[in-house]
Design a protein around this ligand. Structure first.
Ligand SMILES: Cc1ncc(COP(=O)(O)O)c(C=O)c1O
Length: 443
């Protein structure tokens, strides 16, 4: 197929779906135009922007969302994993109501923070002491600052294409505050990474790694790669930080417990606050104790909302009464099954579908060639995911624009069956376009 034909078959399909989407969502379209008057590009969070305009969601209940034009969606995005409990878990809602009734912004230790810290220390093998904060970004900023302070070294080794929050994005980004300190290494490449570590070790305070890259497309780290990081960091006294902001949900004790590889520190965020603003970092006693205010050499670290009473109450209820270890395992089994069914749907049709991920987090890609690092994702094929996204929205199935799927406890088997059926209809409707864009070898 020539490039011109390829471009036009895709462009026609995209034009058509955008026209149907715009016609179906006049109120969201108007709202987006209003938003552009007061927010840059109408947006306040890049992950929720997509063209031609994002839907404005009026409300959520259980596993479902309703937009302002009145359509209902089954939510397979769940706020990029923060919505693990669905939109109206009664146990969490009751805990938040009690906390609200007992007064907001108390500005003191409260009735929930110690217990929530205890739950995290009990579940996650690396966590002996923990500090709360307000987001995954903050958790990484604080953990890495602590690593620098403790080691007296300056640099941090991160992986090309990884994501640790707005200020750690692509080192070329204007917002990558730490860019001069982040040394890029190749993910899942043991030899390439060890070379960088050996070269930089004298000034490396920390290595920060996602045990499965989330934003880059749900790319799991190979266990032997993580083990090599563990061994090299020990050898050179570098602090190994697992960014489990996304992956802590992938077993009751996070990916670290599932893989049996224990880092020195762990950063967390997203769902642990029961759906409210949350961040935390924790780890080895001898590192974290530097934050102890009783020490004369303590490292001072504040944060007005670090133990926000609503977040602590919601998080404690969520992690003890709702996301029990058994509920966690069931959710991840359901994700493994969904991924298998979507891959089978592609294989049955001879289409280059590759749904990557672990348990309840996954990402749709359209290519056959293996994806072990962000650079393996064929950039031109990503536009098929744009088409998939809008077609699924028109079917009442809500996923992230980049093809990311994150399950919630509120989803039923019938919801999952409905999603797989909608995905199969997409493959049947657009098989020619997919083959045109990807090319005959399905690379
Ligand atoms: C692995 C990882 N680290 C850090 C962050 C940043 O978390 P937050 O958006 O809460 O600042 C994210 C967010 O998606 C993430 O996926």
């Amino acid at each position: 197929m020539s490039t011109i034909q390829t471009a036009s078959s895709f462009a026609r399909a995209m034009q058509d779906v955008e026209a149907r989407y715009s016609a179906a969502n006049p109120k969201s379209g108007a709202r987006y135009r209003e938003a552009c008057e007061v927010m840059p590009g109408g947006n306040t969070r890049i992950a929720i922007y997509y063209s031609p305009f994002p839907l404005t969601i009026a409300r959520g209940e259980g596993a479902y969302l309703w937009d302002i034009d009145g359509h209902r969606y089954t939510d397979f995005m769940n706020d990029m994993s923060a919505g693990l409990f669905g939109h109206s878990n009664p146990v969490i809602a009751a805990a938040v109501r009690t906390a609200v009734d007992d007064g907001l912004t108390l500005g003191a230790p409260n009735q929930y923070d110690v217990e929530l810290a205890g739950v995290l220390a009990e579940r996650f093998p690396s966590i002996e002491l923990v500090r709360f904060c307000n987001s995954g970004t903050e958790a990484n900023l604080f953990a890495l600052a602590l690593a620098r302070a403790v080691t007296g070294r300056q640099k941090v080794l991160g992986f090309r294409g990884g994501y640790h929050g707005g200020v750690f994005a692509d080192p070329g980004s204007a917002f990558a505050l730490n860019a001069p300190l982040l040394v890029g290494a190749p993910y899942n490449d043991i030899e390439g990474t060890l070379e960088v570590i050996e070269r930089e070790a004298h000034d490396l305070a920390a290595i920060v790694v996602e045990p499965m890259m989330g934003s880059a497309g749900c790319i799991p780290a190979k266990p032997e790669f993580l083990q090599a990081l563990r061994d090299a960091s020990r050898k050179h006294d570098i602090i190994l930080v697992f960014d489990e902001v996304m992956t802590s949900r992938l077993s009751p004790g996070g990916l670290q417990a599932a893989l049996g590889i224990v880092p020195d520190m762990t950063t967390m965020g997203k769902y642990i606050g029961g759906g409210l603003t949350f961040g935390a970092f924790g780890g080895r006693h001898d590192l974290m104790e530097r934050l102890d205010p009783r020490r004369s050499d303590m490292l001072s670290l504040g944060g007005t909302f670090n133990n926000s009473v609503t977040t602590m109450a919601a998080g404690l209820a969520a992690m003890t009464q709702v996301l029990t270890p058994e509920a966690n395992r069931t959710l991840n089994r359901r994700g493994d099954d969904l991924r298998r069914r979507m891959n089978a749907a592609g294989a049955q049709r001879g289409l280059p579908v590759q749904v990557t991920g672990v348990g309840s987090l996954m990402n749709v890609h359209f290519q056959h060639s293996p994806i072990e690092a962000p650079s393996d994702v064929v950039p031109g094929n990503k536009r098929i995911v744009d088409l998939l996204h809008l077609e699924l929205l028109l079917e009442g199935q809500y996923i992230a624009r980049r093809g990311y799927i994150s399950l919630s406890l509120a989803l039923t088997s019938a919801d999952v069956d409905g999603f797989v059926a909608a995905f199969e209809r997409f493959l049947d409707r657009h098989s020619a376009v997919i083959q045109d864009v990807v090319g005959p070898d399905g690379a």
